[in-house]
Write a protein that binds this ligand. Structure first.
Ligand SMILES: NC(=O)c1ccc[n+]([C@@H]2O[C@H](COP(=O)([O-])OP(=O)(O)OC[C@H]3O[C@@H](n4cnc5c(N)ncnc54)[C@H](OP(=O)(O)O)[C@@H]3O)[C@@H](O)[C@H]2O)c1
Length: 277
């Protein structure tokens, strides 16, 4: 599996599985568990979840899918901004650990900026790290100004990722945020990498797909996966989607393909506010 290097030097998977909307409807819980388990079997061992997803139930589904394979996984979870106080973030993490049935979260993110001062959240993350409850900390939905503020705090420079909305139809972060992170060796984690399916009818993806015997989703995912320092986390409940997505790293886009994608999905020529779903 392709990898990225965290600022501290650890190599982690660059491709994994998302879990948003899992755990929201009991009817689908078994399917959701099965899709994550299949992904793990196929090598998609980075799993992104959050206390918010299914109000905690997504984390329980991750635990069931992991079973005895916990040590093979790199688990990412997130604290809600309302819980991100000095004390609240520690308690939220402990609840997540229980649901995840594990003793540590590999990467723990602030889900988005709220009203608690960054310094408090960071102090909580430091305590959690010291106690071995999280291995790395990171942030999510942070624009460039938020990143500068976080990294400027003592300990903030160890931030392991910024998880953001980034895909072919959301290229705004290429203007300044992604280059800024890349210069500092901070990987980007691209969420909603296929825009929750809405981009898949685009003609350019179909045309390029024909050249590679690939589907539109595989082309869109390959475009992200070919970028340095990029972690990609599509979510799929359907087993066929998991199998299809697993093959995306095998699609090698040519210079011509990349140019065609730039024509179809224009890169940004000015700073735009970071989108959020
Ligand atoms: N930090 C944040 O604020 C934030 C926000 C959004 C998302 N995220 C994370 O990023 C993950 C991915 O984002 P996302 O779930 O919003 O969107 P996504 O991964 O872009 O799209 C998921 C949707 O696409 C469908 N799909 C998956 N593979 C497909 C394929 N090969 N062909 C056709 N359709 C396919 C899925 O269907 P089925 O499920 O039916 O297979 C699902 O409806 C989330 O699950 C979550 O972990 C984080």
């Amino acid at each position: 599996m392709i990898e990225v290097t965290l600022p501290g030097g650890e190599k982690i998977p660059a491709y994994g599985q998302g879990t948003w909307h899992m755990g929201e409807n009991n009817r689908y819980a078994e399917e959701e568990e099965a899709s994550l388990r299949l992904g793990i079997e196929l090598g998609l061992t980075l799993i992104d979840t959050a206390e918010m997803y299914g109000n905690g139930v997504a984390e329980e589904i991750v635990a069931r899918a992991a079973g005895k394979n916990r040590d093979k996984l790199f688990i990412v979870s997130k604290v809600l901004p309302y819980n991100a106080s000095r004390k609240g973030a520690i308690e939220a993490c402990e609840r997540s650990l229980k649901r995840l049935k594990t003793d540590r979260i590999d990467l723990y993110l602030l889900h988005w900026r709220g009203s608690h001062p960054f310094a408090e959240t960071l102090a909580a993350f430091d305590t959690l790290k010291r106690d071995g409850k999280i291995r790395h900390h990171g942030v999510s939905n942070f624009g460039l100004d938020d990143m500068k503020e976080w990294v400027g705090l003592g300990g903030g420079e160890t931030v392991a990722t910024n998880q953001i909305l980034y895909n072919l139809t959301r290229r705004g972060p290429e203007y300044d945020l992604i280059p800024w992170c890349r210069q500092r060796g901070i990987p980007i984690m691209a969420y909603s990498p296929i825009e929750q399916g809405r981009m898949l009818g685009h003609k350019a993806l179909a045309e390029i797909g024909v050249r590679h015997n690939a589907t539109p989703a595989q082309v869109a995912l390959a475009w992200l996966l070919h970028q340095d320092g990029m972690i990609v986390i599509p979510k799929a409940r359907q087993l066929d989607h998991v199998r299809e997505n697993r093959k995306a790293p095998d699609v090698t886009l040519t210079e011509d393909d990349l140019a065609a994608l730039d024509r179809a999905f224009k890169p940004p020529n000015r700073r735009t506010p970071l989108g959020m779903l």
